[in-house]
Design a protein around this ligand. Structure first.
Ligand SMILES: [Zn+2]
Length: 327
């Protein structure tokens, strides 16, 4: 568009001073003999295009179309910069607002689900895009109120336990190629997962609420649910989880192996987790928890961004991306 405008501008300036710039053109004598308007126009355009075009302003390098661990990692840092995202706090509100703004900027529809639990405001965020059978990818975004594996006077930063899963969802929101994804993708950001056993709180409050109320705002029935939780550990070991759907687990781990991640996303059973996939599994939806529970900093003050690696985020993110784009 810029080059065309430059030619038109040159053309109008030639019209006001028709002869001066025409002389270098070898056709000038012929055209000087022709007085009809059309050949002059053609000639002017021909001469204009022989004039060196202005150097176009360099455009920024396009962002990669594939899931990029470095980009995902920036989302871990941005969440941690807000401080612990404990349910009901200002930092939690800021984190939710940040996700909503990003998702909307990327063209996702967004719904907030708010309710009160033990006099504490809870907010889930649900985003969706695309057409076809519906799948939900989820992560909790709250961080645990106290680091009770270490010091009950201090909160958990939740760089891995919380922020890593969210980071994968947000980078997927950017990177998914909608020419190859033929499903409707929901991204669920669950609040109030991680205060279990503190002051009588249960675990998985936000995801339970979302599962119970699924469909009430017009959400499509789900064919699969995949949870990502604590998947950013630099020393990554994501095993099959025992409460997860076996066939869907196998599909995902197979994709991971094809991508060369078999030593990180390991096709062996290890833990059984009560996590945000359970409320969906209870409704008969094939649900999988991708979780790396071999994390020595779990529920300590040491769960900080330096324990998370871009490579680990990328292994899980690329696996989900390729699975979505291949289904
Ligand atoms: Zn936790």
């Amino acid at each position: 568009m810029k080059i065309i405008n430059a030619k038109l501008k040159l053309f109008s300036s030639l019209l006001s001073h028709p002869l001066t710039p025409l002389l270098p053109c070898s056709l000038a004598p012929l055209l000087l003999r022709s007085l009809s308007f059309l050949p002059i126009c053609l000639f002017l355009i021909a001469c204009a295009s022989s004039t060196p075009a202005p150097t176009p302003t360099p455009s920024p390098t396009p962002l990669p179309r594939t899931f990029t661990g470095e980009f995902a990692y920036t989302w871990v840092v941005r969440q941690c910069d807000l401080g612990p995202r404990v349910t009901g706090t200002e930092a939690s509100r800021q984190a939710g607002d940040l996700f909503i703004a990003e998702l909307q900027a990327l063209g996702w529809e967004v719904l907030e689900q708010t309710f009160t639990y033990k006099e504490t405001p809870v907010r889930n965020i649900l985003a969706w895009k695309g057409e076809g059978e519906a799948v939900l990818l989820g992560a909790h975004y709250d961080s645990r109120r106290v680091a009770d594996q270490e010091d009950t006077a201090l909160p958990v930063m939740g760089a891995n336990d919380g922020a890593s899963g969210v980071a994968v969802l947000l980078e997927l929101a950017r990177a998914l190629d909608w020419e190859t994804v033929h499903q409707q993708v929901y991204l669920g950001f669950f609040d109030a997962e991680d205060n279990g056993h503190l002051d009588g709180w249960d675990w998985i409050i936000g995801s339970s609420y979302m599962a119970e109320h699924w469909g009430e705002a017009g959400e499509s029935p789900l064919t699969a649910m995949i949870l990502v939780d604590m998947i950013g550990d630099a020393d990554q070991q994501v095993y099959y989880e025992q409460n997860s759907h076996p066939t869907l687990s196998h599909e995902l781990w197979e994709v991971a192996a094809q991508l060369g991640y078999a030593e990180r996303i390991i096709a062996q059973y290890k833990y059984a987790m009560l996590d945000d996939h359970i409320p969906f599994a209870r409704q008969g939806i094939p649900a999988v928890d991708m979780i790396d529970f071999d994390y020595p900093y779990w529920h300590t003050t040491q769960d900080t961004a330096d324990k998370v690696s871009a490579e680990s985020l990328e292994a899980v993110g690329r696996t989900l991306e390729v699975w979505l784009e291949g289904n």
